[in-house]
Design a protein around this ligand. Sequence first.
Ligand SMILES: Cc1cc2nc3c(=O)[nH]c(=O)nc-3n(C[C@H](O)[C@H](O)[C@H](O)COP(=O)(O)O)c2cc1C
Length: 188
Amino acid sequence: MELLDAIRERRTVRSFRPDPVPEETVMAVLEAGTWAPSHGNKQPWEFVLIGPATRAGLAERFREILEAGLLRSPELPEARKQAARAFAVDFGGAPLLFAVVCPPATTDLDRYDFPLGAAAALQNLTLAAWEKQLGAIWLSIGSNPLVRELLGVGPDSTIAGIVAMGVPENVPPPQPRVPVAEKLRRLP
Ligand SMILES: Cc1cc2nc3c(=O)[nH]c(=O)nc-3n(C[C@H](O)[C@H](O)[C@H](O)COP(=O)(O)O)c2cc1C
């Protein structure tokens, strides 16, 4: 698959087939993450594979976080609420669940750069997964203290993302993009 095709065709996937992701595929996808750029080549990421016991605890916390936040929103259509609830039961049935965690940052520069480097790794690995016919969703729940506690992440570290991955059961249509011309600003 051409890189630009993967970039344009990748979608966030929220429902998965149960087929397990072979260990060598997991490693190949994560390895693609490690080729991301990072400041000083510090490679500020750790991939934390989430096993069944932790996953159950994470799903429970995910549901609590949703109920306390998104699902209270009066503006959110009922169908979206139902979809969020269904996904949160067990991460859309994804066979693979992992977190990308930054090492502790002790300087302002590292606090700034570590999550950016980890995000670059996340982008790399989701594209590599897509190339291997695997879908993924990048979740923000790692910002929540309940999740940080469960994953044993200390106060100086950031969870850049939690990723559910597997063979897509359903690939959603593209989300609209704002034309680049509207995102462009030129300085004199
Ligand atoms: C940093 C980041 C956090 C995200 N967090 C969530 C999330 O918590 N829940 C979710 O359903 N999607 C999440 N997404 C996926 C976005 O909703 C999705 O990328 C966006 O709607 C565009 O759709 P596409 O990826 O299919 O192009 C996240 C994506 C990024 C990059």
